[in-house]
Structures are given as structure tokens and as C-alpha cells.
Design a protein around this ligand. Structure first.
Ligand SMILES: [Zn+2]
Length: 403
């Protein structure tokens, strides 16, 4: 669909989708187009039903201005997010609304290269079906959000950690049958992009994300852009050692923050304490192989179970340790805790804040804010779908530039 647009239209569309307040003036500044060319491109896309324009007051002060927005239903993308045991697949509109979502169950826990190829083929078939349930000509991109290390610029899933022993897996070639460009990203950055789009903070404000899911990751938004590093490895906060922590990590090191401040770390710690004989309302009464969930630990903590409270307090302190490292390195004004772990905010916030107060440089704590994002399991697929849309538009606008 993007290929059928004229080059000015592609530039204007990319500006409209990425600007916080897409007025005509802001679009002119972002695209460098003349008033006449931008106005003609807007007019033409209004006629095609891609853009809608209306009068609105977006800032507290000031007169209403004409805002140009992507029309609901103009196009969509599919986002797929792989976690341990499940893949959530969502169709997302060009304006970021969730159109549909469903889950695929994944039985295996670790994948070699062939196993991963087979899994992604299954995901690819499902994505193709989801595209087919709507107007396929309006699907502009597919995003895949994964755990582990990702080199987004090269389309490579470098390593999966929990996901298995493969290395440098070419995601685009495994998903080539979906018929549109595929972007691969890690969960932390997918969520950071979603947070940037949803946040009311000024567009250029810097922030860091601490992503607490199965593992612990981080992502940085600097000057409004996601910073990934040279090969996508920036933000590996989960594998920095926490002093006094002897636990073995899946990465092969000992003492990583992730072994304490992550979903898998919290569950493993609670199990280990019970195996040592600590009494808890979580102690299995019937089947000892019964799976222990993060949710059950949270409920136990709310019921004042000492073991559950202790484990979550340690996780909160380790999260604070991670936060203070980010503040020393980046001096961001805001850290956002995202992922399933943000549901534990009532237990994590106090120990996290306390540890940051103790450890982060005093100057970095001025005008500093910690937020826990509201979490839903469709957030990772929505985030990566929006990133994929942005990527497709940026590359279409870039192609236009060269013409
Ligand atoms: Zn590690």
C-alpha cells in the first residue's frame, strides 16, 4: 500500500504518524516540504481515506489548530510476541488500537535452529491468517517481539537465552511468507516504543524502561529515539552482577540481577526457599510438581505471607539497583517499569524507590520519577506492531527521499 503513494505523500504520512501534535507547520518542519507540496499531499491522502483532519486544541494554552491524523482503518500491522510457553498475536491499527488478539500455545521450552524455524513457520502461518481476516492490501508490516538479544537493524535474533541454544537467527527469512516487511525487536524496546507513543510527556523527553517479564531487560529512549547500540546489545541490565548474590544465571554467569528481579527469578527464589523448609501458604499441599506462578506469589504477599513478601522485597531492591545503575549511566529523568512485573507495583515500588534513594547520585534524583506502566499481555505485540509500522513508514519516506 505504501508503495502506491507518491513520494511527498510517504514523507507526510511518516511525519503525521510520528509527530505528537501533527499540525501543518510541524509537518512542514519534519518533512522539509514546501507549504504547497505538503498541502497537496495531505489533500490527496484525505481523498484516499488515509488521513483525517480536524480542528482541536491539544495544548493547554493557545488557539485550536488543524490536526492531521491517520484515519482509523487506513492500514494495520500484525504484532507477535514470543514468551516462554506462548505467542500472543495481535492486529493493530495504524493509530495503535488493538483490533484483535489471540494466543498460540508453545509446548517446547528450548529451541535449536531447526526447532525455532519450525516454530516461526507456525507463527508465520497464523500471522498470514490474521492478515487474511482483514483487507490484506492494508497490512503494511509485521513485528516480532522476542526475549534475549536482538540486532534489529540486521533483522537477527542474536541469542535467545531462555529460548534456547541457537545463535544469530535470521528472522526475516523464517517469516518471509507473510508478504510484508518484518521487524524483530526485544520486549523491552517494544514496550519503550509503546510507552513513548502513549505517554503525555514531551516528545523529546528521555526515559529508560526496566522490562520485567520472564527475564529483566532495559531500553532507552534518548531524544525521542530508541537507542539500540552497535549490534543491538545495549541495555543488558539483567546480566549485571548484584553483590552478595550467588545464584546461577541462564547466561552462564553468577549473581546476575535477573536471577532476583524477574518473573523467573522470583518464582525460582520462592521455590528454593520452600525446598529449604521455609513455611509459606504457597507450600504445595497436594502435587509437589504443581506450577508456582508470579500471580500466586503476589496474592500470597497481599495475604501477608512472610516468604512471598520477602522474595518480592528482594526483587524490588534488585530493581532499584538496576534503576540506580541506569541513573548513573544515563541520568534520565524518568524510569518506567514495564512488563508483567509492573503488576507487582504495590510490592516493588517501596523497596525499589528506597534502594534508588540510597544508591543513585543525589543530583540524578532531582526531578526524577519512577512509573509503573499499566500492563496487559497484548502490550508487547501492540508495541512491536507500532514499531514495525514506524519502520515501514520511515523506510518508505527514506526511499522517497532518494527520488
Ligand atoms: Zn546472566
Amino acid at each position: 500500500m505504501l508503495n502506491e503513494l507518491a513520494s511527498d505523500e510517504r514523507k507526510v504520512l511518516h511525519a503525521v504518524s510520528s509527530l505528537r501534535i501533527p499540525t501543518r507547520l510541524a509537518i512542514l518542519q519534519a518533512t522539509g516540504l514546501s507549504n504547497g507540496r505538503a498541502t497537496r499531499a495531505l489533500q490527496s491522502m484525505r481523498e484516499k481515506g488515509i488521513i483525517v483532519s480536524h480542528e482541536e486544541t491539544r495544548q493547554e494554552k493557545g488557539r485550536p489548530s488543524i490536526i492531521h491524523e491517520i484515519a482509523p482503518g487506513a492500514f494495520f500491522a500484525i504484532g507477535a510476541a514470543l514468551t516462554v510457553g506462548c505467542c500472543t498475536i495481535a492486529a493493530v491499527s495504524g493509530t495503535g488500537e488493538l483490533l484483535e488478539s489471540h494466543q498460540l500455545t508453545i509446548d517446547a521450552r528450548a529451541f535449536d535452529e531447526a526447532g525455532l524455524r519450525a516454530l516461526l513457520e507456525r507463527v508465520g502461518n497464523d500471522v498470514t491468517e490474521a492478515i487474511g481476516r482483514r483487507d490484506p492490501t492494508r497490512c503494511i508490516a509485521v513485528g516480532l517481539s522476542v526475549l534475549g538479544r536482538v540486532d534489529t537493524d540486521r533483522g537477527v535474533w542474536s541469542s535467545g537465552l531462555q529460548y534456547g541454544p541457537f545463535r544469530n537467527f535470521d528472522v526475516g527469512s523464517a517469516l518471509h511468507n507473510v508478504g510484508v516487511p518484518v521487524m524483530v525487536e526485544d520486549h523491552a524496546r517494544s514496550m519503550a516504543f509503546l510507552e513513548r507513543r502513549r505517554s503525555a510527556a514531551p516528545q523529546r523527553q528521555d526515559f529508560a524502561v526496566l522490562y520485567m517479564g520472564e527475564g529483566l531487560g532495559s531500553a532507552f529512549v534518548l531524544n525521542g529515539e530508541i537507542y539500540r547500540g552497535h549490534h543491538g546489545v545495549a541495555g543488558e541490565i539483567g546480566h549485571i552482577a548484584l553483590s552478595g548474590n550467588e545464584r546461577r544465571c541462564i547466561c552462564g554467569d553468577t549473581g546476575c540481577l535477573e536471577t532476583v528481579a524477574s518473573g523467573s527469578g522470583i518464582v525460582a527464589t520462592a521455590k528454593a526457599r520452600m525446598a529449604e523448609g521455609v513455611i509459606s501458604i504457597l507450600t504445595p499441599r497436594g502435587d509437589p510438581s504443581e506450577t508456582l506462578t508470579l500471580d500466586a506469589i503476589h496474592e500470597a504477599a497481599k495475604a501477608n505471607d512472610r516468604l512471598a513478601r520477602q522474595v518480592l522485597q528482594e526483587a524490588g531492591e534488585a530493581l532499584g539497583e538496576a534503576g540506580s545503575i541506569l541513573m548513573k549511566m544515563l541520568n534520565v529523568p524518568r524510569i518506567v517499569v514495564c512488563g508483567e512485573g509492573s503488576l507487582l507495583a504495590d510490592c516493588l515500588r517501596e523497596p525499589m524507590t528506597r534502594r534508588i534513594r540510597e544508591r543513585a547520585p543525589l543530583e540524578s534524583q532531582r526531578d526524577f520519577q519512577i512509573d509503573f506502566a499499566l500492563y496487559s499481555p497484548s502490550d508487547e505485540p501492540i508495541g512491536v506492531a507500532m514499531l514495525a509500522i514506524d519502520g515501514a513508514m520511515a523506510s518508505a519516506a527514506g526511499t522517497a527521499e532518494g527520488e
